[in-house]
Design a protein around this ligand. Sequence first.
Ligand code: PTJ
Length: 253
Amino acid sequence: MKEFAADPSHPRYDSLLNRYILEDAAEKGMLAGSALIAHGRGEAYDYLIGEQTIDCAMRATKHALNHLKNAEKPVISVNGNTTALAGEDLLKLASMLNCPIEVNIFYRTPKRMQVLLNHLEEIKQKYGLEVEILGESPDSRIPGLEGPRAKCCEDGIFSSDVILVPLEDGDRCEALVAMGKTVIVVDLNPLSRSAKMGSITIVDEITRVAKNLVSMFENLDENLDLPFDNDSNLRLALKHINESLIDLSSFID
Ligand code: PTJ
C-alpha cells in the first residue's frame, strides 16, 4: 500500500484520508465489493452538507448518546466500512458504555468476518480496551429477514434494547425497529430508507459521529431530556442541503 501523501493543510484532507483508509481496507479484504460505491454516495451528500457536523446532527448525536448511556443492554453493530473508518473510536465508545461491539455485515463471508474481527482485536490490544467483540458465532436471527443478513448474536444485537448501527441497510433497520429496539442510524443521506426508518438518525459522516460520541461521553448531562422528533430533525437536514443548493445555484447564469 502506498503512503498517504496529502498534507493536513489540504482543504479536503479528511475526505482524502477516508478514501485512503478505505483503499487500504479493501486491499486487506475488509470491505464489500460495493463499499466504495456506498462511500461515494455518502461523499456526495457530505459535500452538500459542507463536510461538517450540522446543528441537527449534533442534536441527534446528543440524543443518541443519552439513549446509549441510559440503555439496559446497548450494543454497537459495525459493518466493513464502519470498522475501517471508525473502528478505533467505536471500540473506545463501547469500552466507555461497557457494551459489546458486534461485527454484522450485509455481504457476509467467513473470510471477511475473520479479517474484520482480527482488525478490531488488534485495536483492542493496542489501547488495552476491555470490550467483548461478537459476531464470529451467530446463534440467533433477526425475525423477518431471509438469508445470511439475518444472522446475529443472542448476547449482542438480538437481546439489545438500544443499538447503534451506522450505514445500515433499510430492510434490516426496519426489522430491528420491529423488534422494539431504539435504532440509532448514522447516514449522510437523509432520504435513505434507513434514515427514515430509524428511531434516531444522525445525518453526519461516521468518523465525525464516532469522535463526537467519544468526546461528549464524559460531559453529557446525565439528566439531559432533549425534545426530539426524528422526522422533524430529518427535515432540518434536508433544509440545510436545500439551502446549500440554493447557494450553489448562484454560480449558474
Ligand atoms: O460491510 P457490509 O457487507 O455490511 O456492506 C456495507 C455497505 C455500506 C457496502 C452496505 O451496507 C451498503 O451497500 O450500504 P448502502 O445501502 O449503499 O447504504 C450506505 C449508506 O451509507 C448510504 O445511504 C450512504 O449515503 C451512507 N454512507 C456512506 N458512507 C458514509 C455514509 N454515511 C455516513 N458516513 C459515511 N462515511
